[in-house]
Design a protein around this ligand. Structure first.
Ligand code: GLY
Length: 376
């Protein structure tokens, strides 16, 4: 029998009401001993995941109308203003920071302050565009021997919706054109023949010529870091939605087909599809993000390709069922929702709570129960 997604949504809401009430003013990334940490301090305010808890609060507010969630989301958005004053702390993740916060707020209430934040974030992202290489530079240098001036990463596909949004708001095509140029480059240089996806690609920052691939957060060069696959799957789906360009739809499907082929029998997603069999490190964020991408893709294909639409939905439900059964902590006294997330294959720590896992799990369940606030 199929899972009761509405019951799962209700369990999440009951838990998160308690979580939000005791974590006011925090910006969590992970949890230790079931208690959220806090990245709201000046030194951490630019951390790339800081928007996700705000996004959770908006999704919960959208589903319930409970003012507590709105209060938490607004507070977090205000705290994040400090990031605008730190050029070096900013990178291409302006989308991850301000789409789930300021832009979500703006979509609900059309306030000027929220719009202003979203547009400043979009301008910052657009300013990272490399004209000769047609890509958005991912990171600033880290002060070690790596020169990242010419680096682009697949994750950026999820930041592009900030540019699509800004163009629409301003009636100014520049932002959208930058997003399209980057997406086209990503299509050419990140997507492999078999539908798997590279994480980092280095270009010559002056001429824009392709240099090489890097292994990034996956097992190694040439491997398939699962979260990277999901950023491409969902990201190209979103670029299709915002532009109508069917090349992006085809790319999203190519990546989705490859991903679906490699979902293990038990529905739990490894950190990298090409990692050794043991230890079997799990990354539940990849399962949650892939589910969001696949459900969205499935909806887009409902009328034109019923077979693929059903297949993608089934794959998403398989992963979400596995998360619900084996990886969700619904205890209202525990802050985290997903328990087995991994940031990077070669990190020492694996399988711990990470806030964007919680965010995307909620977004996926909301998609299945018609509660979603579309924020991308
Ligand atoms: N965007 C960074 C990551 O997925 O870990």
């Amino acid at each position: 029998m199929g899972r009761n997604w509405t019951e799962i949504a209700d369990k999440i809401i009951r838990k998160e009401e308690k979580v939000a009430a005791r974590n006011k003013g925090k910006i969590p990334y992970t949890a230790k001993d079931h208690v959220f940490d806090d990245r709201s301090d000046k030194k951490d305010i630019c951390w790339w995941t800081n928007g996700f808890y705000g996004g959770m609060m908006w999704q919960l507010y959208n589903a319930t109308g409970n003012e507590l969630f709105k209060e938490c989301a607004v507070k977090l958005e205000e705290q994040m203003d400090a990031a605008f004053l730190n050029y070096n702390g900013m990178d291409h993740d302006a989308g991850f920071r301000w789409l789930p916060t300021a832009v979500a707020n703006y979509r609900l209430f059309a306030g000027e302050e929220a719009k202003n934040r979203g547009l400043l974030a979009a301008a910052s992202l657009a300013g990272r565009f490399n004209l000769n290489g047609n890509f958005i530079r991912a990171w600033n240098d880290w002060g070690d021997d790596r020169d990242t001036t010419g680096w682009a990463i697949i994750d950026c596909m999820m930041n592009l919706p900030l540019l699509y949004w800004a163009s629409k708001e301003l009636g100014d095509p520049r932002f959208k054109e930058i997003a399209i140029a980057h997406a086209d480059t990503a299509q050419d240089y990140f997507i492999r023949e078999d539908g798997s996806v590279r994480h980092i690609v280095g270009f010559d920052p002056v001429t824009g010529e392709f240099d090489r691939e890097y292994g990034g957060q996956g097992y190694g060069e040439g491997s398939s870091w699962t979260r990277g696959q999901t950023w491409a799957l969902y990201g190209f789906t979103l670029s299709f939605i915002h532009t109508g360009d069917r090349n992006y739809l085809e790319t999203a499907m190519k990546v989705a087909d490859r991903f679906c082929d490699r979902i293990p029998e038990d529905g739990l997603i490894p950190v990298d599809f090409d990692q050794p069999g043991e230890p079997r490190y799990i990354d539940s964020t990849a399962a949650a993000i892939a589910s969001c991408g696949l459900i969205t893709l499935s909806k887009e294909l409902e009328k034109t390709d019923k077979t693929k639409s059903a297949l993608y939905l089934e794959a998403a439900e398989k992963m979400l069922s596995a998360l619900d059964e084996k990886d969700c902590d619904y205890d209202p006294e525990h802050d985290e929702l997903l328990t087995r997330c991994s940031a990077s294959y070669h990190d020492k720590a694996h399988e711990f709570p990470i806030i964007y896992g919680d965010y995307y799990f909620i977004e996926a369940i909301w998609k299945l129960t018609d509660k979603e606030l579309f924020i991308w």
